[in-house]
Write a protein that binds this ligand. Sequence first.
Ligand code: PEP
Ligand code: MN
Length: 271
Amino acid sequence: MTYRLVARKSEGDDVVVDVNGVEVGGSRVVVIAGPCSVESLEQVLDVAKEVRRLGAHMLRGGAFKPRTSPYSFQGLGEEGLKILALAREEVGLPIVTEVMDPRDIPLVSKYADVLQVGARNMQNFTLLKELGRVDKPVLLKRGFSASIDEWLGAAEYVAVGGNKKIILCERGIRTFETHTRFTLSVTSIPYVKKLSCLPVIADPSHATGKSDLVIPASRASIAAGADGLMVEVHPNPPQALSDGSQSITVDEFSKLMVEVRRIAEAVGRYL
Ligand code: PEP
Ligand code: MN
């Protein structure tokens, strides 16, 4: 597999993605936190204020949700995007949110600071090509059945269009194991950082599917060299409209930040 634009040839071509002044890929470890889905203004504001207070650098929340069942909550769409924008105004954190359809890129770009490509869309080449023409950072999740070459090939599609502001996100792959939702490929983090010039973050929430594994998976990811984390935090996980079992509470997030800070410092970085 040939990657031309996203390959790492020397230290000099390492990409640092600037998201409204928050640099991803530098010595700071960046934490993106927030609910899986945008459910209401109250829910998002509540989480946003708390994670901001505890040191998160960006706010996540899905308005367009790729659900396994068409009968599950599909997200609030544009109303959800408006809620995210209000939260940004109120707390000042940049917004990361998913875009599922190339036709929604103009709409989502109007509100979002980072456009997320979900695991299920990692090889939606039409979407990737369109995102190459957008002047916004792209957070490209690894498909859960995607090899490293396929993942980097997807990043190359975005870069070929002229957009090299790409953040890669390891979010777990499907294996024979059923106790965890997916399997966090810890080694893909340093491996992809060696192959590619792009920053790599980890998503311990989807990788494990279990809230009590989120902190250990976060520690492991940062120890392995991840440039950041994307974590699902909900004010009341059992009531969440999606991914409640892997969502952590604000108290657990507070603990996560303390532990991750220690690991970051141990590997010569800071939070
Ligand atoms: C999400 O971030 O909520 C999400 C749907 O993630 P993934 O695409 O990695 O499953
Ligand atoms: Mn989720």
